[in-house]
Design a binder for this molecule. Structure first.
Ligand code: T46
Length: 132
């Protein structure tokens, strides 16, 4: 599956840790950053694929599961470290679930927000992925 766990450089000090995401941390030019927070227990986010967008997800705090499907196989990745993230390339269905209390999901994206880039229907996604 076209996903990758990428380590984020970490500067450790007695004062605490600092991690930095720069353009060369991810294989795309960063155009947008957003974050999910105050996610209620049992809530799910995502439930779509992107035609072009690449995204890099980091659990800045707490943990959550990312259920990934490329039309052929399903994988579940648990994110729970602020010094590593999950690169999701285009054409992959994702659902985010099992958010722990107080968790924060940072998303670094390769494009600005374009609703037309979303495939929000799973059957449509399956057809799209078999055509590719
Ligand atoms: C993804 C997961 C991890 C904007 O206006 N601008 C934005 O940049 C984004 C991301 C969303 N929105 C609006 C669109 C909707 O009215 O915010 C509302 C919630 O968006 P959505 O239902 O797409 O949120 P999630 O958490 O289900 O999905 C988001 C991203 O859209 C998606 O690309 O991979 O987070």
């Amino acid at each position: 599956m076209n996903i990758q766990i990428i380590a984020i450089p970490k500067i450790e000090e007695r004062r605490g840790n600092l991690s930095v995401i720069e353009n060369d941390t991810v294989p795309f030019d960063i155009k947008r950053v957003y974050y999910l927070y105050d996610v209620p227990s049992g809530a799910e986010r995502g439930g779509h694929a992107h035609k072009n967008l690449q995204q890099f997800l980091v659990a800045l705090s707490g943990s959550f599961d990312v259920v990934l499907n490329d039309g052929k196989e399903e994988k579940i990745v648990t994110l729970n470290k602020p010094y590593e993230g999950l690169l999701i390339n285009s054409g992959i269905w994702r659902e985010l679930q099992n958010f722990s209390s107080g968790s924060v999901c940072l998303v670094v994206a390769s494009e600005v927000y374009i609703e037309d880039d979303y495939i929000r229907d799973f059957d449509q996604f399956k057809n799209y992925s078999t055509r590719k």
